[in-house]
Design a protein around this ligand. Structure first.
Ligand code: GRF
Length: 207
């Protein structure tokens, strides 16, 4: 049998629950998936995401923001952790900190984020609540490359829509969107790993 080419090495940044991380871990567990999560970093020591990583046998690293003089120093520590493990794609999955240009440059074209709205609508925090308050009839999920813009501004890779139903609550809408998130993120990682994404300006083409 010919030895299998090494899979794309993925690093994940996550601050909380880690359900999107779990979707990526579950995908990694399938031998035919062309990428594998090799490290998870959190800025919160007790993050469930770290426990999920450990349970999957993946390196789980807490990087304490308080140990660093400023945001750039913290971000460069993240870059160093990823570089030490030869990470080829950096995925934000519920990472609650804005990354500095120093980080974004280190992973230019190799960093993704997932956001619970149809960007460019409702960037930032509480996207589902924003959609409800605005009266939107559809919302959804977006996977995009991370760029140096403020938040959630990078070129869009994949999107999926869900209806906003009458009498929806923030929880109900979030749960409906989350189903799509868990489907989209592994799919975006797979397309990247297979070399099927090309970006020209803001436009990402899928081959
Ligand atoms: C998700 O809704 C994601 O789109 C947003 O933060 C949430 C993280 O959830 N950026 P989880 O930690 O992946 O469960």
């Amino acid at each position: 049998m010919t030895p299998r080419a090494e899979r794309l090495r993925v690093g994940v940044l996550a601050s909380g629950r880690g359900s999107n991380l779990q979707a990526l871990l579950d995908a990694s567990a399938r031998p035919e998936f062309p990428a594998e999560v090799v490290v998870v970093i959190s800025d919160r020591e007790g993050a469930a995401a770290l426990a999920r990583a450990r349970a999957a046998g993946v390196d789980a690293v807490f990087v304490n923001p308080k140990d660093f003089a400023d945001r750039v120093a913290f971000d460069l520590a993240l870059v160093a952790e990823f570089a030490a493990r030869r990470v080829g794609l950096a995925c934000n999955a519920g990472f609650m900190r804005i990354l500095s240009p120093a980080y974004v440059r280190a992973f230019a074209g190799r960093a993704m984020n997932i956001h619970p709205s149809l960007l460019p609508a409702f960037p930032g925090l509480h996207a589902q609540r924003q959609a409800l308050e605005y009266g939107a009839k559809v919302s959804g999920a977006t996977v995009h490359f991370v760029d140096e813009g403020a938040v959630d501004t990078g070129p869009i890779i994949l999107q999926a829509s869900v209806p906003v139903l009458p009498n929806d609550t923030e929880e109900a809408l979030s749960a409906r969107i989350l189903v799509e998130e868990h489907r989209l993120y592994p799919e975006a990682v797979r397309l990247f790993a297979e070399g099927r994404l090309s970006a020209e300006g803001r436009r990402v083409t899928i081959k």
